[in-house]
Design a protein around this ligand. Structure first.
Ligand SMILES: Nc1ncnc2c1ncn2[C@@H]1O[C@H](COP(=O)(O)OP(=O)(O)OP(=O)(O)O)[C@@H](O)[C@H]1O
Length: 302
């Protein structure tokens, strides 16, 4: 549904986005992650047709954005970091204005707008948008991005102004939106903002794609084959010796161990530690935040 092929944007001889290839299937909630200046916003601006690539191309629903910007506009909803509204109009009036720009007729607007206001929790709010909190503006921004029933919505740093309840609501709304078949692209520099809601992600650094896939894929790539095994026994365990073992830390009078190995050697460990009575023998999932930061640090060092 969203595709980038060798997408590149160069500013003053420096690539803000550098040979980016992405393929995001329909109905996915996809996170575009990366530190400040990684090229997320530049990628998004090319996807919505506001700037043209220097080379390469991007496609929405099979349509090349730079060649057919109007057609693409009807298929996407976009929420920038700072959404602009008419301060003297209510939420309903603002959405009605946007809907008219899309040429939606009155009957469709009368049905769609209350549905959207209810979805984002702004139904019954009568005051004009000038009096809204940042979080309320963000909710309205989400409704505005959805007004034209887009196939794809693109959200730039969507939770920047939301309180915890707002973040929970936003996750629910994105989940429902994707269930209805809309593809969602969310950009952020904060992993925790996207990892609960996104099904997969790509990490950018210095305009380049550095890693991507599901969260499990990202964690596995980072592990580089290292396997952290947690072992707990009822009585003290013997020293574990194995050619694939890289390090071993024992605690609790040798009843607990953290073993780092070049492969999953649980069967061999079970054979050695079995007589001590195994209470726990599992491979530890890597901490996602550590995984993510390690990608950042590696890129910063390169
Ligand atoms: N119009 C422009 N002219 C020149 N350089 C630009 C322009 N827009 C972006 N850049 C540069 O391109 C690089 C990528 O910027 P971009 O805004 O896409 O990153 P980002 O990942 O969205 O960062 P942030 O999280 O801070 O918004 C940065 O080095 C930025 O300074």
């Amino acid at each position: 549904m969203i595709r980038c092929e060798h997408l590149t944007k160069v500013y003053n001889g420096v690539a803000a986005v550098d040979d980016l290839n992405l393929a995001i299937p329909a109905g996915e909630i996809f996170g575009l992650l990366g530190p400040n200046g990684a090229g997320k916003s530049t990628t998004i601006l090319m996807l919505i047709g506001l700037i043209e690539p220097t080379s390469g191309a991007c496609f929405i629903d099979g349509i090349e954005v730079a060649k057919n910007p109007i057609e693409v506009k009807h298929r996407i909803g976009y929420m920038p970091e700072d959404v602009g509204f008419y301060a003297t109009l209510t939420a309903e009036e603002n959405l009605d204005y946007s809907a008219k720009l899309y040429g939606m007729d009155a009957a469709v607007r009368r049905k769609r707008i209350p549905d959207l206001l209810s979805l984002v929790g702004l139904d019954g709010v009568e005051k004009v948008v000038g009096g809204y909190s940042k979080g309320m503006r963000q909710r309205l921004g989400l409704a505005k991005a959805l007004i034209n029933e887009p196939k794809v919505i693109i959200l730039d740093e969507p939770t920047a102004n939301l309180d915890p309840q707002g973040v929970a609501d936003y996750r629910r709304i994105l989940g429902e939106t994707a269930e209805n078949g809309t593809t969602v692209l969310v950009s952020s520099h904060i992993l925790s903002e996207v990892n609960r809601v996104c099904t997969s992600a790509a990490i950018l650094a210095h305009g380049k794609y550095v890693a991507g896939g599901t969260w499990d894929d990202l964690a596995r790539t980072r592990e580089k084959g290292e396997c952290v095994i947690r072992l707990e026994t009822r009585s003290p365990m013997p020293e574990i010796v194995h050619p694939a073992l890289l390090s071993a830390e024992y605690a609790d009078g040798h009843r607990s161990a953290r073993l780092v190995a070049g492969a999953d050697i649980r069967d061999e460990i079970a054979a050695v530690a079995g007589p001590a009575g195994i209470r726990r023998l599992e491979v530890e999932a890597p901490d996602l935040e550590d995984v993510f930061l390690s990608y950042y640090h590696e890129e910063a060092a390169s």
